[in-house]
Design a binder for this molecule. Sequence first.
Ligand code: C2E
Ligand code: CA
Ligand code: CA
Ligand code: CA
Length: 280
Amino acid sequence: VAKGSGNGYFRYAENLDEEADEQARIGAELRVALDAGQFRMVYQPIVELPHGRIRGVEALVRWEHPTRGFVPPDQFIPAAERNGLIVELGDWILRTACEQAVAWHTELGEHAPYKMSVNVSARQLAQPGFSRVVSATLAQTGLAADRLTLEVTETAVFGGSHAVQALNELNELGVSIALDDFGTGHSSLGLLQTVPVDILKVDKSFVDNITMAGRHAVIATALIQVSTGLGLTAIAEGVETAEQAAELHRLGYRLAQGYHFGKPSATPDFGVTPIGAVGQ
Ligand code: C2E
Ligand code: CA
Ligand code: CA
Ligand code: CA
């Protein structure tokens, strides 16, 4: 690995020339990785409070590099976004997640998680014809539209007219739309009036200190009120302790996700035994 600052595998370049070289290298490596089948999906449970029954899963991508080991998505999704490879990688992610959802349904019946949630990047959403890709993928894999949720960020929704048009078309298809990292972007509340959102994923930063009196608890309370008032579903992200889960439930949250309930895994446990049960 060449010199440079930063702690990631793709460290930050020190000047523009180096930056360009670095981008080219990452682009080439991601291309190889995609062709060589080095990407894997893991799935994290989304559970019902307070008992922890699994209602859905979120699909999260992993890069298993043959020599460097596991590269986390924060270190390659932004690069794939910049060089456009995210469109092809995103298609693979969507298809793989839909196939997995159908496979679990076939295998486990009603014990399979109902919803499959897939992250969509800004560039994917802005791609003309994105909703056609989604409807073709649903048709090819046999996943019912109402079992799919697409997670988009507020920033992605502001990515141009194609993005809003795509969300309207996806809504027409019967796919659910979740606003990811809700509360951390811009104009969050205004967006809710103009785009067909079904789910608010309340960012981990609001959950972190929720058991202490203060700003975080106030914001988490306001967000569940907005969500309930607008008839939306709220999901609290990054729940790490039983105390946080109990407090979220007390505030009115019905769905949560986080290490307390289950880490992302290639083979999540959908056993009927409640995991991380709260308040027993
Ligand atoms: P995100 O969509 O907000 O995903 C949630 C992240 O929080 C995941 O990190 C997950 O492993 C982590 N997480 C879940 N529960 C906890 C918890 O209790 N504590 C802590 N500390 N972390 C928790 P991950 O998998 O490393 O993904 C990071 C980001 O990379 C994602 O944030 C998303 O923006 C992006 N990403 C991941 N997979 C995909 C994908 O398939 N497509 C796209 N476009 N982006 C992806
Ligand atoms: Ca997400
Ligand atoms: Ca909808
Ligand atoms: Ca999130």
